[in-house]
Design a protein around this ligand. Structure first.
Ligand code: ME8
Length: 497
């Protein structure tokens, strides 16, 4: 079982598996994913795998946010039809996830008329039925990059600070959602941790924001003549309007479970145990989404984990600065587990973190080539040479995961993957030091029985390290376990580059 900061240890009821539903943001498929997106997915995957190891019934959702103007613009620029363009990009997402061993259970696409649309419309109908939607003429500044209306306050020199573009003036009739009505209720849920926002700094930030007052938000837009059929979820009973962002994108977390269609998964997994998001979309997830759920009379997610942003050399990654680090290139050169290792251990999950090619290379050499890789080679060379078979008593996987690794699990429960890996690396270092200190290669010649016992013990410890690495570095974990079981030194795990 994984301990979370919200819940103390819960003992498993016999034969009833605890469910664990985790979601990730559905990314915009207007361009290839970058290291920031890969970061979110790696955190999510480590969490999903840790809960699977704890024998929970895990459901891990990924997806793409497709009904957007910026995707249409990107398709036009690429000379493609939007839907064909989307298929290509989504294929890229999936190939990247597979090369990183991201173990998602479902990939939801918001252009999926069979899976997503009925649920989004069912959600709309529930919110409508509670009297929280009304029509109003809206005039505002619209940033295509954000797919959002902005206020003058948000702009720097009249431009969107994130996209450097001048927002368009738009005037249109839209449905509005009574967000303001839910301010107090949401504050109470967040303050009491009934809706847990991690880390604390983000909880404070969002409470301050809500207490500053909430305004009603635009919930639909007139259908654009230029949009192809199949793009934009139609507003039930109003063909001229399509859903705007919220009821389309945020609803994915329940439509994927069959809400409004076939709700067996919904009944099993909702409410979500955790929405993993980056700090840029905190307001959407901790304010708008809970308000929608309250309006619809549905349970709120249990927690939201908000990670920081990755910069490159201290700056936002951008084409102009030439500091973009392509995840595919890193995976190709160093391997998936090296990328997962760096993101999970060397970026603090609660804050912004930095990556440079040099920093990555140095961490790879110090901790993987010279650290873990070298340890595996040392121990397995001795085991292969002096033990007839592998160690006599390998640790029982379940008891090892549940009992001996309480600190690792506690840290995972708090989303502090870096601390969990620090603990594992302490063990790696201790084992390495004990080889140097106990000199089993000499001992086995002077006193073969004692020497073999020491080597067997070291191989057993290595096996334990292999086991606990599973959520973080699944391939390495498998290779270590296989090597110990086969009593054979594996190929160099992290070649010197
Ligand atoms: O916002 N560092 O999609 P998006 C870390 N479709 N994470 C980063 C990052 C960085 N530099 N840049 C992006 C959207 N991310 C909406 C979401 S959800 C119902 C709708 C990650 O493609 C991080 O997870 O812009 C962030 O929240 C997300 O990508 C934004 O992805």
């Amino acid at each position: 079982m994984i301990l979370t900061s919200a819940s103390a240890a819960i003992t498993k009821a016999p034969n009833v598996k605890k469910t664990f539903y985790l979601t990730t943001p559905i990314f915009y498929p207007n361009a290839k994913l970058h290291l920031g997106h890969v970061y979110t997915m790696t955190l999510a995957d480590a969490l999903a795998r840790a809960h699977k190891l704890a024998d929970e019934n895990v459901y891990f959702l990924a997806g793409s946010d497709e009904n957007t103007q910026k995707m249409v613009d990107a398709a036009t620029k690429a000379g493609s039809e939007p839907i064909a363009f989307l298929d290509g990009i989504v294929q890229n997402f999936m190939t990247l996830y597979s090369s990183l061993n991201i173990s998602y259970d479902q990939f939801i696409r918001t252009t999926d008329t069979k899976i997503h649309w009925p649920g989004a419309q069912a959600m709309w109908n529930k919110i409508f039925a509670s009297g929280d939607l009304y029509k109003k003429e809206y005039t505002g500044l619209y940033c295509v990059g954000h797919e959002a209306f902005m206020t003058e306050k948000d702009l720097v020199d009249g431009k969107c600070p994130d996209h450097g573009t001048i927002p368009e003036h738009l005037s249109e009739e839209n449905y509005f959602f009574r967000l303001s009505k839910y301010a107090n209720a949401i504050c109470q849920k967040i303050e009491s941790d009934e809706l847990l926002v991690v880390p604390q700094s983000r909880k404070k930030e969002i409470l301050t924001f809500i207490k500053g007052g909430l305004e009603d938000i635009s919930f639909s837009r007139p259908r654009k003549a230029s949009w192809p059929k199949g793009l934009g979820v139609p507003v039930p009973g109003d063909d001229l309007q399509v859903m705007y962002v919220w009821c389309d994108a945020l609803a994915n977390y329940i439509t994927a479970l069959g809400f409004g269609r076939d709700d067996s998964l919904y009944k099993e997994f909702w409410p979500a145990d955790v929405h993993i998001i980056g700090k840029d979309i905190l307001r959407f997830h901790a304010v708008i989404w809970p308000a929608m759920l309250l309006s619809a009379g549905l349970p709120l997610p249990k927690s939201i984990f908000v990670h920081g942003f990755i910069t490159s050399g201290g700056k936002k990654m951008s084409k102009t600065l030439g500091n973009i680090i392509d995840p595919e290139e890193l995976i190709e050169k160093y391997g998936a587990d090296a990328v997962r290792y760096f993101l999970l251990r060397h970026i603090s999950p609660y804050e912004d973190g930095d990556i440079t090619r040099e920093g990555f290379h140095n961490a790879y050499t110090a901790h993987l080539t010279n650290g873990l890789g070298n340890l595996v080679a040392r121990v397995m060379k001795l085991a292969e040479m002096y033990l007839k078979e592998g160690p006599a008593h390998l640790v029982d996987r379940d008891s090892y995961i549940h009992a001996s690794n309480i600190h690792i699990n506690e840290n995972i429960g708090k989303f502090e993957f870096n601390r969990a890996l620090d603990e594992i690396w302490n063990r790696i270092q201790e084992l390495d030091e004990s080889i140097t200190k106990r000199e089993p290669f000499k001992l086995v010649k002077e006193n073969p029985e004692e020497g073999k016992a020491v080597i067997s013990d070291m191989a057993t410890q290595l096996y334990g390290i292999g086991l606990v690495l599973e959520p973080f570095m699944p391939e390495t974990s498998r290779k270590i376990q296989e090597a110990v079981r086969a009593n054979k030194k594996p190929e160099n795990l992290f070649p010197r580059l």
